[in-house]
Design a protein around this ligand. Structure first.
Ligand code: GLV
Ligand code: MN
Ligand code: MN
Ligand code: MN
Length: 416
């Protein structure tokens, strides 16, 4: 457990709080949250901060064509496949100080601790900050890890626009130009193993008084964007029966989807979180309604069957508007590897921390590492299970425990 003992709780916490200052916001009750969208000036500043700390820790920095940022600790066998760890630095628009960024800083602290303990690992260890995990500015999320995985290319997302009409392609190019001083590396790779540390984003560990969740896998997710197109008309004169009202057809579609997605067992998750209507005028019948669908289930069969039924259900429900359904994201349920799970569990036991197996309802970049290498995740408790909210909180002690478990896990995996 050499490296774990060298984790510096106060340095680690101070770095987390320094990152939280970049994009600091206040929640409804004054809670200190973060709004740091990917590929913005704030993201750029966060990356610079990370690069500076990596230099202090003696790590070498490189960036790929998807702007995934890597910090490398060399192994005694530099040709051995590296152990990869990390997470993301972007946040939700109304996000917290831990979702994503903790996993990156935990990786940095764990590797720095291993080095400061004087431990030479056989395999290199790399810490990665994946681009655009949240999908809050450019949908969908996980663009960086999907590009690394090879199931997508950064070019596939180039035309995606943010709320201001800026394309992902332009934002990516600008960021990479601003990091022209950073060594470029080819996209992709085949790590020996991948392990990601993250807050639980749910209430289980806190409720059970446990320090560590050994993550067993992640449920599958499918995201869709539905566009309903009708015709504008005067709200005071157009007879109801003659209208092609996009808002009314959207309501019919969502009601039908609620019936399709009904699940008495309460395992399925179905969310319409984003709605835009046009022209968005009180006295004009809307000719355009666009809404998002986020559908999740741990069973690949259910994910396929109900997900594939979404478009026919909408078409059957609308009255007289046109319908266009675009699937933006499809992440299969992921089952994590026993070798990584056992390493995490052993690390937690060795440190005397309470642990349990736990499944992830949130998606993570780890999902896209599963086809590439043995993959796993470490969860720590967060207050009341709150996340995607400025009230998100884990204590300095909880965070440090998770980072010690990560350090011990990395050390074990990098010795194999
Ligand atoms: C990612 O943040 C998710 O929505 O699970
Ligand atoms: Mn996250
Ligand atoms: Mn998130
Ligand atoms: Mn996430």
């Amino acid at each position: 457990m050499g490296g774990a003992a060298s984790v510096q709780e106060s340095r680690h916490w101070d770095r987390l709080m320094a990152m939280a200052a970049l994009g600091a916001i206040r929640g409804a009750d004054g809670e200190p949250g973060v709004n740091r969208a990917c590929l913005t000036e704030l993201d750029r500043a966060a990356r610079r901060l990370l690069i500076g700390w990596a230099g202090e820790a003696g790590l070498t920095v490189s960036v790929d064509a998807a702007a995934n940022l890597f910090l490398r600790h060399e192994g005694t066998d530099p040709d051995a496949a590296p152990v990869l760890t990390g997470s993301h630095m972007d946040s939700q628009p109304n996000g917290g100080r831990f979702d994503g960024i903790w996993g990156v800083l935990a990786g940095l602290e764990a590797v720095q601790a291993i080095r400061e303990a004087g431990i030479a690992t056989k395999r290199p260890i790399e810490v990665v900050a994946w681009t655009n995990e949240e999908g809050g500015r450019f949908a969908p999320g996980c663009m960086g890890s999907m590009s690394y995985n090879g199931c997508k290319r950064p070019e596939d997302f180039a035309a995606v626009t943010d709320a201001e009409g800026i394309t992902f392609g332009d934002a990516l190019r600008a960021l990479l130009e601003s990091e022209a001083d950073i060594a470029r590396r080819p996209l992709g790779g085949k790590p020996f193993a991948y392990v990601e540390a993250h807050i639980e984003q749910g209430p289980v560990l806190e409720r059970e008084g446990l320090d560590i969740g050994v993550v067993t896998g992640i449920q599958g997710s499918r995201w869709f964007t539905v566009t309903i197109t009708g015709e504008t008309a005067h709200a005071g004169t157009a007879p109801l029966g003659l209208r092609r009202d996009a808002v009314q057809d959207m309501v019919r579609a969502i009601e039908a989807l609620n019936r399709l997605m009904a699940d008495p067992a309460d395992i399925l998750r179905f969310t319409v979180g984003r709605v835009e209507v046009g022209p968005n005028s009180s006295n004009t019948v809307a000719d355009r309604a666009v809404f998002s669908i986020d559908f999740r289930h741990p069973d690949a069969g259910v994910l396929t069957e109900r997900g594939d039924a979404i478009e026919p259900t909408i078409r059957a429900a609308v009255r007289n508007c046109d319908v266009h359904v675009l699937e933006r994201f499809h992440a299969l349920p992921a089952v994590f590897d026993p070798m990584v799970r056992e390493a995490v569990s052993r690390a937690a036991s060795g440190l005397g921390y309470g642990q349990r197996d736990i499944a992830s309802g949130a998606f993570h970049d780890a999902q896209f590492m599963v086809p590439l290498c043995p993959t796993g995740m470490i969860f720590i408790p967060c207050r009341k299970g709150i996340s995607h909210n400025p009230a998100e909180y884990s204590s300095p002690e909880q965070v440090a425990k998770g980072t010690r478990v990560l350090a011990a896990t990395l050390e074990e995996l990098a010795a194999r």
